[in-house]
Ligand binder design. Structure first.
Ligand code: WTA
Length: 657
């Protein structure tokens, strides 16, 4: 799929009426339409009401919004003051919910379970906030978190918010080089990490990556290390501190005031791949993000006080930020945090947890569903899943077949499956069914949430007709949207607002059917979505080229049954290097080391040349066609700008199937 030729081949006709619910925030389409209309006609009134209902503010705002996509300028709840830690913890304890479980943590070993109450979580957060202060972290400073899925990660995040520091979480599957780049970009003062990650019965060392990364991160003055796996690690004198030592310090005060933050103060930075260059530090601020997190969590999962919400994402991604930590805790519900993987020790692990903790809403990714589907539905029949009310999906388009499997086997043909479209940049879900209102079509994210003005436009920015593919844009600001790219305002403007002036460009292709339902078709830029994780082609290519044997590389996505997309790399070697299976192995390892295991190419094809324009730009559009199996010249579209059209035949001849 390319921006100038977007075609949809999907013709899904099934329609499912949502089940009735006794307590739905939005019980039917008429109520949805009413909310949508209100948010459309009176956005300031709508969002002011939501921000007041859902959060506690220490000072009210002067103006609900002050935004202009043409500049771009985005401000929500102007001059309002609040604290995220107060909203996620203190106020619930003050309201008598101290004993309620905030986080149910299931470690990778079955017996590692903790039920952490709001009071306990608050105490841990206060303690760690005071430790951060002692390490010299203050308002506006950055703290990098590179951790497994353990409660201490949530503690560290909330501790940052308490004292007005900005966290930047780096997914623990990323390599030392990726960690280093991110720390260098955000100039973190402190890094919090662990000795190792427990994953599928193995101990995967983490601290070694940290030591490598910190060789060139002069801003980091301290590194706090949690002992998770108990492996031998190197502790650097004067820099590294054990978590268990710092928290045991008797001089740490048992209280820590919440810093009153401006609504637009930076809450966190999260790096995400773009089409070009290094990852972008997506910036989210305090008031708008938290309002949108609470709002979307409440409506999309239909959460009430007694619900147990389980989002299976890693907190290292935006989905974990918003739907494990900030959304559920702002609402005061119980959030399940899981350290393990779906298939270990066997493919019923998720369903065991559903039964064990009486989970009511379950949110996962299509890649996990496809993997579980392959393992067979008998694994879904061993546990009592009757506590479930809502099922969700996120990360990439869900194939209608996977949707049906999820609905039938996990939802027992009765539960709504909400396919939620959003991005790191959007802060929260923008397009999704509301589980007890929206009639469902398998594979469609259905309709935008109230307050979200999503449209499909053609390359010139004109509205498309029903079912015509185009660019997904958002016409008006919403509170949860990103406020910038850290340290790079020009990139912010150019990436999201230049192509369609006055509108936010998502970078996804989509169509809207005759009922106004959205069908997302995937990325239009050179971003590859592997198992729901965004990877930029530029980064992977740079990693390949940094190997001494490689002269040039181009990568494209290829369809993959479980991962959705996998990476297919075309590599041109230097004159003194020879093609071999060992070299393929070495290149795969090299990419793992440079970026992380996620980015390791599925296929590497050696080639003497790449299809390039006369100006030297690699035509990935042509490579994508070759990868997908095209052989007919007319399939390649306009190749008149190719410097050497004969490379196409060579590439086809060398293709790996
Ligand atoms: C894709 C994850 C189709 C899309 C929250 C988007 C989806 C990118 C869906 C963002 C969905 C996410 N249907 N595609 N329900 N959800 N995507 O930043 O291409 O990791 O632009 O955020 O994932 O990925 P990100």
């Amino acid at each position: 799929m390319t921006p100038d030729n977007i075609q949809s081949l999907q013709h899904e006709q099934r329609l499912f009426t949502p089940p009735a619910a006794k307590r739905a925030h939005i019980p039917d389409m008429a109520t949805y339409e009413e909310h949508y209309r209100r948010a459309d006609q009176d956005p300031e009134g709508y969002w002011a009401d939501r921000a007041k209902e859902l959060l506690s503010w220490s000072k009210p705002w002067d103006k609900v919004m002050d935004c202009d996509f043409n500049i771009p300028k985005i401000n929500w709840f102007v001059n309002g003051k609040l604290n995220v830690s107060y909203n996620c913890l203190d106020r619930h304890v003050e309201n008598g919910l101290g004993d309620k479980t905030a986080i149910i943590w299931q470690g990778e070993p079955e017996e590692d379970v903790r039920h952490i109450s709001y009071r306990e979580l608050l105490a841990d957060v206060v303690r760690f906030a005071n430790i951060l202060k002692k390490l010299g972290v203050g308002r506006g400073d950055r703290v990098a978190l590179y951790m497994p899925m353990v409660p201490e990660l949530a503690v560290a995040m909330l501790a940052c918010t308490r004292i007005g520091a900005t966290h930047s979480i780096v997914f623990a599957g990323f390599s030392a080089a990726s960690l280093m780049n991110r720390i260098q970009d955000c100039e973190a003062k402190v890094l919090v990490t662990a000795d190792a990650v427990l994953r599928a019965g193995k101990k995967i060392p983490l601290k070694g990556n940290v030591d490598d990364a910190l060789t060139d991160c002069p801003t980091v003055t301290s590194c706090v290390v949690l002992k998770r796996a108990g492996i031998d690690i190197n502790m650097v004198e004067g820099r590294d501190l054990w978590w268990h030592d710092v928290v045991a310090d008797p001089n740490i005060a048992p209280t820590c005031p919440c810093e009153p933050m401006d609504s637009e103060d930076l809450l966190f930075i999260l790096y995400t791949s773009g089409s070009t260059g290094k990852p972008k530090g997506v910036m989210h601020t305090t008031g708008g993000y938290l309002t949108y997190a609470a709002h979307s969590t409440q409506l999309v999962f239909n959460l009430h006080d007694d619900d147990i919400h389980f989002c299976t994402a890693d907190i290292g991604w935006i989905t974990g930020h918003t739907y494990i930590v900030y959304g559920p805790l702002a609402l005061g519900v119980t959030s399940v945090m899981f350290e393990g993987v779906p298939s270990y020790p066997d493919p019923s692990r998720f369903w065991q947890l559903v039964e064990k903790f009486k989970i009511t809403s379950f949110y996962t990714a299509p890649t996990a569903i496809r993997a579980l589907m392959r393992d067979g539905s008998e694994w879904t029949k061993k546990n009592d899943l009757s506590s479930l009310r809502v099922l969700g999906s996120v990360g990439e388009p869900i194939n209608p077949e996977a949707w049906m499997w999820y609905h039938e086997n996990i939802g027992k043909s009765n539960l709504p499956v909400v396919d939620t479209w959003w991005q790191t940049e959007t802060g929260g879900i923008l397009i999704s069914a509301l589980p007890f209102a929206t009639p469902l079509k398998p594979g469609s994210a259905t309709r935008p949430l109230p307050g979200v003005h999503a449209r499909i436009v053609d390359a010139e920015g004109n509205p498309t007709t029903a079912n015509e593919g185009g660019h997904l844009i958002i016409e008006r600001p919403w509170p949860g949207m990103l406020r910038g790219v850290f340290g790079d305002p020009e990139r912010f403007k150019q990436q999201y607002f230049d192509r369609f002036p006055g509108k936010y460009e998502a970078g996804d292709g989509a169509r809207q059917d005759e009922d106004g339902y959205f069908w997302i078709m995937g990325r239009l830029d050179d971003v590859i979505n592997v198992s729901g994780h965004r990877l930029g082609t530029a980064e992977i290519e740079s990693a390949l080229v940094s190997h001494p044997a490689v002269a040039e590389a181009a990568v494209v996505g290829m369809p993959h049954e479980i991962k959705g997309q996998a990476i297919y790399a075309y590599v041109t070697l230097r004159a003194d290097a020879d093609e071999s299976d060992e070299l393929i192995k070495a290149l795969r390892n090299h990419v793992r080391k440079e970026i992380g295991p996620l980015a390791s190419p599925e296929v590497i094809q050696f080639t003497v040349g790449l299809p390039k324009t006369r100006s030297g730009k690699i035509m990935r559009r042509v490579l994508r066609k070759i990868t997908s199996g095209s052989t007919a010249l007319e399939d390649f579209g306009d190749t008149s700008t190719l410097a050497d059209p004969s490379v196409i035949q060579d590439l086809i001849a060398g293709r790996h199937n």
